[in-house]
Design a protein around this ligand. Structure first.
Ligand code: G1P
Ligand code: ZN
Length: 539
């Protein structure tokens, strides 16, 4: 039986860079989740004949959310749902299933790399038929609809058993529970040379992959251990748990402490990697060695010809604005079309759909290609393993070799978290105001070349987006300021620093960036405005 439930709107259901992301307890408020889903359905309009992919990263409230979603979809006339077994699907796997089955959209219940659990975060990512997250024009409409919602429709029925593969029905809606891993594995086999990778492991290559007890465990076990032959135990924290076993599933130098300890020990394996909660981010490590994500994008691009799927040529490459300029030099050397876009994967999607780029990435541990329309953590790991298998070099050798050839972009991101939203907005507004007055000014040994807001004119949909403020210095150093769009409370100011050096490639990034950091603090008056003397997180 279909029920119509009366409801009142919440006024904070605006999607950010990674969908709608909130504290779990906010999401669990009466009708909160349901209001938002109905707002999406109302925005789409007629749902008859529509097919959606549904899954999540297994975090707390995932099970309840999926059941509510299924019942609401059935009540709203959706034709079919394709659901990952036990409600699990990584973001890249979901994008693949969405595209492969030409469905109308996909829902991944995840707050990505944010902690899970009752006191953590919960999120809703919504992709449309492109396989990528919706454009702002649509999320704005959803937000408007969420502010005037008065009722939602839901099927009154028992929960669906998502542990069994196969087809069933709820009302007129078909439900197909699929193996969460199978299609993804097939896709990877079609991109990479699995035989070469098997040989690498047969020859004794060792690795550790940290899945943070989130969604990538089953994918990693299947691919690295079962198919490629990495030793049992190569994948750690492989069991998806509702609270991620208390871990913060963010693959970076701050949160991947267990993996870092392994990789920094004398008995470190040859290779280390981690993915985030929903499997779209990646971190790459060698023995006692860290690869900055900006360098990783540049290196993957430099070696694209080694990968079967790319060996006949790629369209081009793109990076997000705050990502270091390392990949721009590789693009130039290979004569590849090159783009710089605002932060957020959806800008890459337009470039992929219009065959302008094949590879892309962000400083925030996200790399990917046009095989899907999301970034892809395991794909990045397989790409690195392929380079190692084909060149015989270690992670460190590959990276140093890159610096020797192209010079090095020393790069770090400094996050000032938990700021009062008004204070943060004012800081950015005032900084933007004074940008032009900075031109030509000197700060110690740094002289401003040009200070300006980053404005992107999308060559595909012709939209124009302002995203971040840039201060370029003579000699190639750079500061980018922007506010995070993914937080679940308060504001986060991100300060991205880059210092390019053609000769000195062996220094410590923190040391190389120390002076630039104080310049960045001074220019934006960070301490006097926010009370923060230093960043909360440095990645
Ligand atoms: C962050 C990252 C950005 C990424 C997004 C979604 O967004 O910085 O690169 O696309 O998460 O994973 P931010 O919080 O900076 O808006
Ligand atoms: Zn993610």
């Amino acid at each position: 039986m279909i029920k119509t439930i009366k409801t009142t709107p919440y006024d904070d259901q605006k999607m950010g860079t990674g969908g709608l992301r909130k504290k779990t307890k906010v999401m669990m408020q009466e009708n909160y989740f349901e209001n938002f889903i109905q707002s999406i359905f109302n925005t789409i309009g007629d749902l008859s004949g529509k097919v959606f992919v549904v899954g999540g990263d297994g975090r707390y409230y995932n099970d309840k959310a999926i059941q509510q979603f299924i019942k609401m979809a059935a009540a709203n006339n959706v034709a079919k749902l394709i659901i990952g077994q036990n409600g699990l699907l990584s973001t890249p796997a979901s994008s693949n299933i969405l595209l492969k089955n030409k469905t109308d959209g996909g829902f991944v219940f995840s707050a990505s790399h944010n902690p899970g659990g009752l006191n953590g975060d919960f999120g809703i990512k919504y992709a449309n038929e492109t396989g990528g997250q919706i454009p702002t024009s649509i999320s704005d409409k959803i937000y408007e609809n969420s502010k005037k919602i008065s009722e939602y429709k839901i099927y009154d029925a028992p929960d669906i058993d998502l542990s069994k593969l196969g087809k069933s029905k709820l009302g007129n809606m078909e439900i197909e529970v699929i193996d969460s891993v199978k299609d993804y594995v097939e896709m990877m086999e079609n991109i990479f040379d699995f035989e070469a990778l098997k040989k690498l492991f047969r020859n004794g290559f060792t690795m550790k992959f940290d899945a943070f007890n989130a969604v990538t465990g089953p994918y990693a076990i299947k691919i690295f251990e079962e198919i490629l032959g990495a030793k049992k135990g190569s994948v750690i924290n492989s069991n998806p748990l509702p609270d991620f076993g208390g871990k913060h599933p963010d693959p970076n130098m701050t949160y991947a402490t267990e993996l870092l300890a392994i990789m920094n020990s004398d008995s470190a394996p040859d290779f280390g990697a981690a993915n985030d909660g929903d499997g779209d981010r990646n971190m790459i490590l060698g023995k006692k060695f860290f690869v900055s994500p900006s360098d990783s994008l540049a290196i993957l691009t430099d070696y694209y010809q080694l990968i079967p799927a790319y060996k006949n040529g790629i369209y081009g490459v793109a990076k997000s604005c705050p990502t270091s300029t390392a990949v721009s030099r590789v693009a130039k050397a290979h004569n590849l079309p090159y783009y710089e876009v605002p932060t957020g994967w959806k800008y890459f999607v337009n470039l992929m759909d219009s065959k302008r780029i094949t590879l892309c990435g962000e400083e925030s541990f996200g790399t990917g290609s046009s095989h899907i329309r999301e970034k892809d953590g395991i794909w990045a790991v397989l790409f690195w393993l392929s380079i190692i298998a084909k060149t015989g070099m270690s992670v460190e050798q590959i990276t140093r070799d890159h610096w020797k050839k192209y010079g090095r972009s020393y790069y770090l991101r400094f996050d000032f978290e938990g700021l009062d939203t008004k204070v943060a907005d004012k800081l950015m507004a005032d900084l933007e105001e004074k940008l032009s007055s900075l031109n030509g000014k000197t700060f110690g040994s740094y002289q401003v070349d040009k200070a300006y807001p980053f404005i992107y004119n999308d060559p595909v949909d012709k939209s124009s987006t302002k995203n971040g403020l840039i201060v370029d210095f003579i000699g190639g150093s750079r500061i980018v300021y922007r506010l995070s769009g993914t937080g679940s409370s308060g504001a986060t100011l991100r300060v991205y620093l880059e210092n390019y050096d053609k000769e000195k490639i062996d220094n410590n990034p923190r040391q190389m960036l120390e002076t630039l950091l104080s310049v960045a603090m001074e220019i934006a008056e960070i301490t006097s405005r926010t009370g923060k003397k230093e960043a909360d997180v440095v990645t």
